[in-house]
Design a protein around this ligand. Structure first.
Ligand SMILES: *Cc1c(COP(=O)(O)O)cnc(C)c1O
Length: 372
């Protein structure tokens, strides 16, 4: 099979063994054989963040990663309480939109998108609003590459007696996370990112006791309710509605490969890839939006050069035809593109990419090093 190197922010490049794990004899997902596979997958997902299975569980949903955000926000807010969204990027802004759609009482705490989060501001907000029951933020703002200090935020949130839900879609199974030590009550991700499986399966890993308490909270969605899905899976061992069967087979294989590679070795590989990306961009003179000390180490957002010959679409197409996918973005009216380190790729792929990328720049007569 042709191998494409995806440098977009998910879905990621997968191994052939994960792709092939989807080709299985047809099976009804209500069969015991399938229920057993679901259980293996759920256990693996809790284990990735070192959750004690007595205390934490994984709840699976059919959908892209945004479904998790929707579910956590609509299901975990008690009556007459507020959500605080700590917002320093596009994904947290999406969470605010979800609050607006459900008419949830919420505070949109907007903070600079390219600076270290000011925890004093977060604490002041918690102090002034004792009715905040749920705090939500994004671990890694995939649009820019900014990493947020979840452990410190979580400690504050717990000091003020609230529940902490974190969108870890673009760090889970890449940067090591310890759900208890990182003070996280709920984290979330989807199968096509860190675990390098296919699209269509998303999951929330979180505290059973809080999910159980949420049984009495107002219900705001039928299909997307955390307690309903949890309760059904607990009783029946399966998802309430039709699961993405083949994706779950691929995910079981991806989890085997995750544990075979190992948490530390995998993070070291992502770091190698990201370092090669940063070096390649810097060599060509590109400015990177987030300073090194604040970045996740998984996304580099490079600013478009001020060169009349720069045309992202042309450069993209040139690379795409040669097996490399790059991804555009826009922050504060400034054009940028992203190179991401997700997926089953290594340093050599990045070296091969930069040969093609530089060739593309020269073909379209973009000045190198690039100018601003
Ligand atoms: C990818 C991603 C999501 C999910 O986006 P979908 O388009 O629904 O897959 C959510 N949050 C973050 C931080 C992400 O990187």
């Amino acid at each position: 099979m042709k191998r494409n190197v995806l440098l977009n922010p998910g879905p990621a490049t997968t191994t052939d063994s994960v792709k092939m794990a989807q080709v299985i004899p047809d099976i009804c997902p209500r069969e015991k054989e399938f229920v057993q596979i679901m259980r293996e997958v759920e256990e693996g997902l809790v284990k990735i963040v070192h959750g004690d299975p007595e205390e934490y569980t994984a709840v699976l949903f059919c959908g892209s990663g945004t479904i998790n955000m929707d579910i956590c926000l609509n299901s975990l807010l008690p009556a007459d309480k507020k959500v605080l969204v700590i917002n320093n990027g596009a994904y947290s802004s999406r969470a605010v939109e979800i609050c607006e759609y459900y008419h949830l009482d919420h505070i949109n705490l907007r903070l600079p998108i390219d600076k270290q989060m000011d925890l004093a501001v977060v604490e002041k907000t918690l102090q002034e609003n004792p009715d905040i029951a749920l705090v939500y933020t994004t671990h890694h703002e995939t649009g820019t590459g900014l990493l947020n200090p979840i452990r410190e935020i979580g400690a504050l949130v717990h000091r003020y007696g609230a529940v902490f839900a974190v969108d870890t879609t673009s760090t889970y199974a890449m940067r090591p996370i310890n759900i208890a030590e990182d003070n996280v009550d709920f984290c979330m991700a989807s199968a096509q990112k860190g675990i390098m499986s296919m699209t269509g399966l998303s999951f929330i890993v979180g505290k059973k006791s809080i999910i159980e308490a949420s049984a009495s909270y107002p219900t705001r969605s039928y299909y997307c309710n955390l307690y309903m899905q949890y309760e059904y899976a607990k009783k029946n061992g399966e998802m309430h509605f039709t699961p993405p069967v083949q994706v779950i087979y691929a995910t079981r294989q991806a989890l085997k490969e995750y544990f075979a590679e190992g948490e530390e070795a995998k993070w070291a590989r992502h770091t190698r890839v990201h370092t090669a990306i940063r070096e390649g961009l810097e060599r060509l003179g590109f400015e990177i939006f987030i300073p090194k000390e604040l970045e996740s180490g998984l996304v580099a957002a490079a600013m478009y050069p001020n060169d009349p010959n720069w045309d992202f679409v042309k450069i993209h197409d040139y690379c795409y035809e040669r097996g490399f996918t790059i991804y555009p973005g826009k922050v504060e009216q400034r054009g940028m593109f992203r190179l991401c380190s997700l997926g089953a790729i290594d340093k050599e792929d990045i070296e091969a990419f930069f040969e093609v990328f530089e060739e593309a720049l020269r073909t379209y007569q973009v000045q190198v090093p690039v100018v601003y």
